[in-house]
Design a protein around this ligand. Sequence first.
Ligand SMILES: *Cc1c(COP(=O)(O)O)cnc(C)c1O
Length: 361
Amino acid sequence: MTTPNFKNFNIEAYRPGKSKVKKLKNVIKLSANESALGMSPKAKKIISKKNFNLDKYPDGKSQNLKKAISNAYKCNPEKIICGAGSDEVIQMICQLFLNSKDEVVVSEYSFLMYRIYSTIVGAKVLFAKENNFKASVKEILKKTSKKTKIVFIANPNNPTGTYLTKKEVLELRKKLNKKILLVIDDAYAEYMKNKDYSSGLDLFKNKDNVFILRTFSKIFGLASLRVGWGYGSKKIVDALKVIKPPFNVNGIAQLAAAESLKDKIFINKSVRHNFLYAKNIKKFLEGYNIYSNSVSANFLLLNFEKCRYSANYLYEKLKNKGILLRSTEDGYRIKNKLRLTIGSKKENLKFMNTVKQVLKK
Ligand SMILES: *Cc1c(COP(=O)(O)O)cnc(C)c1O
């Protein structure tokens, strides 16, 4: 039989952090930066009580969710676009802006989805060097040209955990050609309490050449429901509405997301939990000469350069005991490092105890 011809993309498919180990039940998954405390109890309650009409299409405009977002973040609902994860918003932005031969600039170890979606629509991706696993404004600017359409940054960045300060982000926008769209992915913004940091949304709510990405997959704990949003110029958002799949965000996701925004107590609790354990685990691992980025989001990039053991060694040992970290060799091609998500109290203690068992000081 003949298979009709299709396009060939010279890309590696995204490989998410693993979630299973053969023959083991109760695996502890610290490989995908999901929420340590699950979802807000308020959101859980509302979705378990409500009788959803799953045989009817959801609201394609996600109107109640947009209202809830605009209340929570003091922003204009007409400038919001909702997606099945912020992932889908990245995809739509690439479809809207990029033709073949257009160029996109990302930094060397930036989140993979930017390069993947840009490549799929035929754009050329240029990589800006980083300084010690941190994006560099200077290097990003160096890579831009007349062909550049979009610069993507995740701030803080996944998987490096480093971030550009408020000053650096402002400098980047100021020095970048006005016609280039700056996309700032705020996926971890809610976790950030660092004084020199400001989220993209806080800095650029009214800037027509900056587009912001937000997600409900991280601190809000709704990763499986697939819901995120983008925020930008009304012109861009109106154009995105034309290409958006009509019912992209399901009804349960819309309701749970809107409800979770209201639960400030849960969000604050999650931030405090994260900061406490990120700090403790970082210090604990330094006892084994495993160093990491300064505490920022809900994960640490662990560096094994000074350690007697390799990243792979610890990865395998932990995996065999049912604890999964993210290998940074897949896709990112970062050697001898591992990305660790901060888990629940129980998971974090189990992680530290298991490290104690498998690594001798
Ligand atoms: C996890 C993550 C996202 C979220 O993706 P969703 O599609 O919303 O689940 C987006 N950007 C970055 C940098 C991330 O780490």
